[in-house]
Design a protein around this ligand. Structure first.
Ligand SMILES: *[C@@H]1O[C@H](CO)[C@@H](O)[C@H](O)[C@H]1NC(C)=O
Ligand SMILES: *[C@@H]1O[C@H](CO)[C@@H](O)[C@H](O)[C@H]1NC(C)=O
Ligand SMILES: *[C@@H]1O[C@H](CO)[C@@H](O)[C@H](O)[C@H]1NC(C)=O
Ligand SMILES: *[C@@H]1O[C@H](CO)[C@@H](O)[C@H](O)[C@H]1NC(C)=O
Ligand SMILES: *[C@@H]1O[C@H](CO)[C@@H](O)[C@H](O)[C@H]1NC(C)=O
Ligand SMILES: *[C@@H]1O[C@H](CO)[C@@H](O)[C@H](O)[C@H]1NC(C)=O
Ligand SMILES: *[C@@H]1O[C@H](CO)[C@@H](O)[C@H](O)[C@H]1NC(C)=O
Ligand SMILES: *[C@@H]1O[C@H](CO)[C@@H](O)[C@H](O)[C@H]1NC(C)=O
Ligand SMILES: *[C@@H]1O[C@H](CO)[C@@H](O)[C@H](O)[C@H]1NC(C)=O
Ligand SMILES: *[C@@H]1O[C@H](CO)[C@@H](O)[C@H](O)[C@H]1NC(C)=O
Ligand SMILES: *[C@@H]1O[C@H](CO)[C@@H](O)[C@H](O)[C@H]1NC(C)=O
Length: 479
């Protein structure tokens, strides 16, 4: 170890003073302590050799030889003839794949990002800062020479020897997605520190899962995670591994269904009894428009208004957006399952951790403005992602929370209460966010981004808060 360190220092000293030295094989190595092994079968494997690692990305059928020596090895391994070679640690990268950004932030290597697919899509405040001073720019293929690796994904056909295609999709569970942080660590030789980061986030996730595992069946709630595709005019009730596992781990039931794409009558039969609905439709801007599209507008024929509308329990992941209306959820949720699960728990059980303020989920049915993330929210550029903690408690749910009381306030702005409760779970990503009501212009921007054909509505009376026993036929509102 010391020897390695000494030779590395010597190497840099020599380079610094302009000697033309070529490091030899002994200049680098991957001891056991600096190795990762995936534990949830996330879709990649790594095989360590003395001075290089063979990474098999089985989700995109790519093999990479990551070598720390001065020149590329000629490894004698079956099936790697088509491998792409990278000298590591990489220094300058392009991240065309959006979720990759937060994985690099988790390792504190986001300063290596020189190019992204679209600077307007970036929500991370500290990255926005680097966009403002032009240290991050839009990528085009003539920029390839400036960088060591291009992290992309299969949605883009751009492909060459420098491109690493990742595919961190919803067919992966929340912890499988998180495990891709280990994949990125391989390119930065950050295995040792990432092993710890992964373990911390995993243990927070599993601690919350365990805390919610003991809710009695009568207290369990059903969450329907839906979206509407305006091109196909189809509704989807999400049942992929990511959403199903997240809902289950947050102590709730998923809606039971046999198909994922449904028409409106099937949709109603599946979701009408849900306690909470989370909507991820891209093309619907207002709750009024959502109610019309989903067939729940008061006065629409044959509509029984379900409880989740009456009690305002329709949520969205759109709480934090950037100036151009892009969602922070799309950028950072894959790397932060620890927060995703706490968001999902908070909307079901506000008493579980009363000081928790959701990061992404907010009540759509309240028509609140989203919170704008700007470069001013970059508080600590040295550590943009902060890891919280979780204590094991005996939580059995609550039986009386009919009303949605989740705090739609500023994420991270609330002071912790005194350590009075049995459990403290805190985190402080983007602590000190200075958020402001972003006003109608933002809504307009978002509408434009989502290419919504927006239906202008007269002010409709709000859906009255009624006790469940009073819910009978909807009042007939002229449309
Ligand atoms: C390559 O692998 C084959 C079979 O595993 C082995 O016989 C051969 O010696 C290897 N060659 C080198 C240069 O390592
Ligand atoms: C990579 O994984 C695939 C699928 O498991 C396998 O078929 C292939 O042989 C592997 N390649 C290498 C070089 O390990
Ligand atoms: C980059 O942006 C283009 C245009 O929006 C999109 O088609 C493509 O899929 C994006 N690439 C990646 C890797 O996300
Ligand atoms: C841009 O700002 C970031 C963070 O403030 C800094 O690390 C970086 O060096 C700056 N880049 C340039 C080109 O000024
Ligand atoms: C790509 O970038 C280069 C230099 O940054 C610029 O000259 C060129 O016009 C760009 N090409 C496109 C298609 O944007
Ligand atoms: C990619 O790398 C391989 C192996 O190093 C090389 O044979 C090939 O020419 C490279 N292709 C391009 C387009 O650079
Ligand atoms: C970030 O790290 C640099 C170098 O270690 C240090 O000078 C600077 O004060 C740090 N900034 C903050 C906000 O902690
Ligand atoms: C838990 O988080 C709080 C607030 O971030 C912090 O003060 C405390 O030290 C953490 N506890 C542990 C055990 O990490
Ligand atoms: C779950 O609750 C039961 C009884 O209500 C109790 O015996 C058991 O220890 C609890 N389990 C956990 C993990 O708290
Ligand atoms: C958990 O709480 C339930 C109900 O409050 C109680 O019956 C049970 O004994 C508790 N279990 C433990 C392990 O404390
Ligand atoms: C729900 O909200 C209504 C109106 O604000 C209130 O009258 C009712 O008591 C609340 N119910 C619960 C269980 O908090």
């Amino acid at each position: 170890m010391m020897k390695t360190l000494r030779s590395i220092i010597l190497f840099y000293v020599l380079v610094f003073f302009g000697f033309n030295v070529s490091p030899t094989v002994s200049d680098c190595s991957y001891p056991i302590g600096a190795q990762i092994q995936p534990s949830y079968n996330p879709g990649f494997t790594v095989f360590y050799q003395n001075t290089y690692k063979i990474v098999n990305n089985t989700r995109t059928n790519e093999v990479y030889i990551l070598y720390c020596s001065a020149s590329a090895p000629a490894p004698n391994v079956t099936g790697v003839s088509s491998a792409k070679y990278f000298q590591v640690p990489v220094k300058n990268v392009a991240t065309l794949d959006i979720p990759t950004v937060t994985f690099l932030e988790l390792m504190n290597v986001y300063s290596s990002i020189k190019y992204v697919n679209n600077t307007a899509s970036i929500t991370s405040p500290c990255l926005q800062k680097n966009i403002e001073n032009k240290s991050i720019q839009n990528f085009n293929s003539s920029n390839s020479n400036d960088i060591n690796v291009i992290f992309s994904n299969p949605t883009q056909s751009y492909n060459d020897n420098k491109t690493v295609n990742v595919n961190i999709g919803d067919d992966l569970t929340p912890l499988q997605k998180l495990e891709w942080v280990k994949f990125f660590s391989l390119f930065y030789d950050k295995e040792a520190v990432v092993t710890k980061t992964f373990a911390s986030l995993q243990s927070i996730y599993l601690c919350n899962t365990k805390n919610l595992a003991n809710i009695s069946i009568v207290n369990k709630k059903t969450i329907a995670w839906v979206s509407y595709d305006s091109n196909s005019n189809q509704f989807e009730v999400k049942r992929d591994k990511y959403h199903a596992q997240l809902i289950k781990d947050a102590g709730a039931y998923s809606t039971e269904l046999s198909v994922s794409t449904v028409n409106i009558n099937e949709l109603h039969s599946i979701i009408n009894n849900a306690y909470i609905v989370i909507d991820e439709s891209q093309s619907i801007a207002s709750f009024d428009a959502w109610q019309r599209t989903f067939g729940y507008y008061p006065g629409q024929s044959d509509v029984n208004i379900p409880d989740f509308i009456t009690y305002r329990r329709v949520y969205r992941v759109n709480k934090h957006v950037n100036f151009d209306g892009y969602l922070d959820w799309s950028e950072s949720s894959a790397a932060r399952p620890d927060l995703a699960i706490q968001d999902l728990i908070a909307i079901q059980y506000p008493t579980y951790q009363s000081s928790y303020i959701t990061k992404w989920l907010y009540i759509f049915s309240n028509n609140d403005s989203p919170i704008l993330l700007t470069s001013n929210n970059c508080v600590n550029p040295n550590q943009t992602q902060t890891i919280g903690n979780c204590s094991v408690i005996n939580f059995t749910g609550d039986s009386s929370s009919t009303n949605s009381t989740v705090n739609n306030g500023l994420y991270g702005s609330k002071k912790l209460p005194p350590i009075a409760e049995a459990m403290i779970i805190t985190f402080s990503i983007l602590a000190g966010l200075a958020g402001f009501a972003v006003g109608a212009w933002l809504v307009l921007v978002i509408r434009r981004k989502h290419q919504e054909r927006f239906i202008e509505l007269k002010d409709e009376p709000e859906v009255p808060e009624v006790q469940m026993s009073n819910v009978t036929e909807p009042t007939n509102t002229s449309v």
